[in-house]
Design a protein around this ligand. Structure first.
Ligand code: C2O
Ligand code: CU
Ligand code: CU
Length: 489
C-alpha cells in the first residue's frame, strides 16, 4: 500500500538514480505524448508516461563536488536594514558532469544565492526581472506583509524591478525564495527559480550547534533532460524526473571533516517526496520549517514532502578519513555522498532542549479544508479550483484557529501537502493520533496521506490581506489546488 501510494505521488519513477555508464547522455527518446487526453480525468497526470523528449541520462555518480550556494552580500547596509539586489536571468548550469544546461536563475547560479539574515533585522531585496516572461518572488515560510508575499497575480514584468520588504521578525529558520507567478510557477521553479533564505535566530549562538562552514543548506530536487542536456518541462507528464540533484548537481559528493555538521535539507522538487537515510547511521533531527524543534529527535530516516525543510545534525566523528557515507532516498536511490577527508576540532553540541514551543491561545474558529482531484477539471480545494478573485476563508486578524485538512484522494492513493503563506502552524494531530516524530515545532508545510486528516493550529497575526494556501506539489497547485484566505482587521 505504501509503495503503491509512493509510486503514484512520486510519479512512478522507476529509474534508480545511480547510473554508472560512462557516456553523458544516452539519446534514447521514449514514446509518450505530453498532451493531455481529452477523456474524463484529463487533468490527471499520467504518472507512468515519460515526458516528451526526455532521455535516459548516464553519468558517473559522485563525480562532481556539491557546491554550497554562495551567501549574497548586501549591496548596502543601512542602520536599520540591509539592501540586496538580485537579477532574475537565464544562465547555463553544469548539472550533469560536462553538460551545459540552460536554466532560469537568481543572479546566474543554480540554485540561487543564499540570503542570510539575522532575526529582527529588516531586509529589502530588489528583484530585477531580466527574463522575457513575468515572474514574482515568494518567501516561503516568511511572516511578511501581503505586498511583499509574492501573491500569484502581483507580478514583475520583464525589465521591471520590484522591491520586497522582509521584516524578518520571526524565529530563526530555513526559509526559501521561489517564483510564485500564477500559471507559471511550477515551470519557473523547475527551471531554477529557487534559493535558500536563512534567518539566524537570536537564540541560536548560545546553543552552540555546528555553525559556519559546518552549517550547510542542501537543496534537493529532481530533473529530466533531453538529448541536448536541456531540462525537459512537461506539466502533464511530470512523473519521470529521474535525476536527483543536490545544490544543483546530479548526485554529487561533498567533502566533510570527521566532526558534527548541521545540514538543512530542503525539498525543492516540484513533486518528488524524499525519505532520506544514511544507511542506518543516526541523524539528530533538530529543526523543521519554522526552525528549531523543542528538543532533538534521533532518527535514521527523514521524510520531506515538497516545500518542506528538515534540519539535522550528523556526526562523522569516529569515522576514519577515507570513509564514505551515502545519503540515500528510499525511492530514488543515492542522492549524495559524504566523503570524510580530514579530522577537525569540534566544540559544537546538540543541547537536550533547543527552542521552547510557545503555548498558542485557545482557538476560536475551526475550519475544514479538503483536497481532492476533480475528474476532468483539475485538482481542487473544497471542490473548487483556485480563483484569485474569490476569497475562500475570511480570518479575523489576530485570531487563533484550528484548520483540519483532509486529503480525500483515497481512490488515487496519492499524497498531498498543505502549505499556508504568512503563518507558521503547530501540528495538533493526524487522524486524532499524535503527530509524526519531528512534527513538534512550527511548520508551514505538512504532508497529508490519502484519507488522512491533519489538524493544525495557528495565530493569524500582524498582517492583513490576502494570502494563498495550497498543495506544494507544484503541478497540483498549478492545476487548481490553491485557495486563499483574507485576513481582515
Ligand atoms: Cu513555497 Cu505558496 O509556496
Ligand atoms: Cu509559501
Ligand atoms: Cu497535491
Amino acid at each position: 500500500m505504501l509503495n503503491r501510494r509512493k509510486l503514484l505521488s512520486l510519479g512512478g519513477i522507476a529509474v534508480g538514480g545511480a547510473l554508472a555508464a560512462p557516456t553523458l547522455l544516452n539519446s534514447r527518446p521514449t514514446a509518450g505524448a505530453a498532451e493531455p487526453s481529452h477523456h474524463s480525468g484529463r487533468y490527471m497526470h499520467d504518472m507512468n508516461r515519460r515526458a516528451k523528449g526526455a532521455v535516459d541520462v548516464a553519468y558517473t555518480p559522485f563525480s562532481q563536488p556539491m557546491p554550497v550556494p554562495k551567501t549574497l552580500a548586501p549591496s548596502a547596509r543601512l542602520s536599520s536594514l540591509d539592501y540586496y539586489r538580485v537579477n532574475i536571468q537565464q544562465a547555463n548550469a553544469t548539472i550533469l558532469p560536462g553538460v551545459q544546461t540552460p536554466v532560469y536563475t537568481y543572479n546566474g547560479t543554480f540554485p540561487g544565492p543564499t540570503l542570510r539574515v539575522k532575526e529582527g533585522r529588516r531586509a529589502i531585496v530588489a528583484f530585477c526581472n531580466n527574463l522575457t516572461e513575468q515572474t514574482n518572488v515568494h518567501l516561503h515560510g516568511g511572516h511578511i506583509p501581503h505586498s511583499s508575499d509574492g501573491y500569484p497575480t502581483e507580478l514583475i514584468e520583464p525589465g521591471d524591478t520590484r522591491h520586497y520588504d522582509y521584516p524578518n521578525n520571526q524565529a530563526g529558520a530555513s526559509l526559501w525564495y521561489h517564483d510564485h507567478a500564477h500559471g507559471l510557477s511550477a515551470e519557473h521553479v523547475y527551471r531554477g527559480l529557487q534559493g535558500c533564505y536563512i534567518i539566524d535566530g537570536n537564540d541560536e549562538p548560545a546553543l552552540n550547534l555546528p555553525s559556519g562552514a559546518y552549517d550547510v543548506p542542501i537543496m534537493l530536487r529532481d530533473a529530466a533532460f533531453d538529448d541536448q542536456g536541456a531540462l525537459v518541462w512537461d506539466l502533464w507528464a511530470p512523473g519521470d524526473r529521474p535525476v536527483l540533484l543536490a545544490n544543483g548537481k546530479a548526485q554529487p559528493y561533498f567533502e566533510v571533516a570527521a566532526r558534527k555538521y548541521r545540514f538543512r535539507f530542503y525539498n525543492a522538487a516540484n513533486l518528488r517526496e524524499y525519505t532520506l537515510d544514511l544507511g542506518g547511521r543516526q541523524m539528530i533531527h533538530i529543526g523543521s520549517d519554522g526552525g528549531l524543534l523543542p528538543a532533538p529527535v534521533t532518527r535514521t530516516e527523514l521524510a520531506l514532502t515538497p516545500g518542506e525543510r528538515q534540519e539535522v545534525v550528523v556526526d562523522f566523528s569516529g569515522l576514519p578519513v577515507g570513509s564514505q557515507v551515502v545519503l540515500n532516498d528510499a525511492f530514488g536511490g543515492p542522492v549524495l555522498r559524504f566523503d570524510v577527508v580530514r579530522q577537525a576540532a569540534d566544540t559544537s553540541q546538540v543541547p537536550a532542549q533547543l527552542r521552547p514551543m510557545p503555548t498558542l491561545p485557545a482557538a476560536t474558529v475551526t475550519r475544514n479544508v479538503s483536497f481532492k482531484l476533480i475528474p476532468g477539471v483539475g485538482f481542487g480545494i473544497d471542490g473548487k479550483l483556485f480563483d484569485h478573485s474569490r476569497v475562500d476563508q475570511t480570518v479575523q486578524l489576530g485570531a487563533t484557529e484550528i484548520w483540519k485538512i483532509t486529503n480525500e484522494d483515497t481512490d488515487l492513493g496519492i499524497n498531498h501537502n498543505f502549505h499556508a503563506h504568512m503563518i507558521q502552524f503547530k501540528v495538533l494531530d493526524r487522524n486524532g493520533g499524535p503527530p509524526l516524530p519531528g512534527e513538534s515545532g512550527f511548520k508551514d508545510t505538512v504532508v497529508i496521506g490519502p484519507g488522512e486528516t491533519v489538524s493544525v493550529k495557528a495565530t493569524f497575526g500582524d498582517y492583513a490581506g490576502r494570502y494563498v494556501y495550497h498543495c506544494h506539489m507544484l503541478e497540483h497547485s498549478e492545476l487548481g489546488m490553491m485557495a486563499q484566505m483574507e485576513i481582515v482587521p
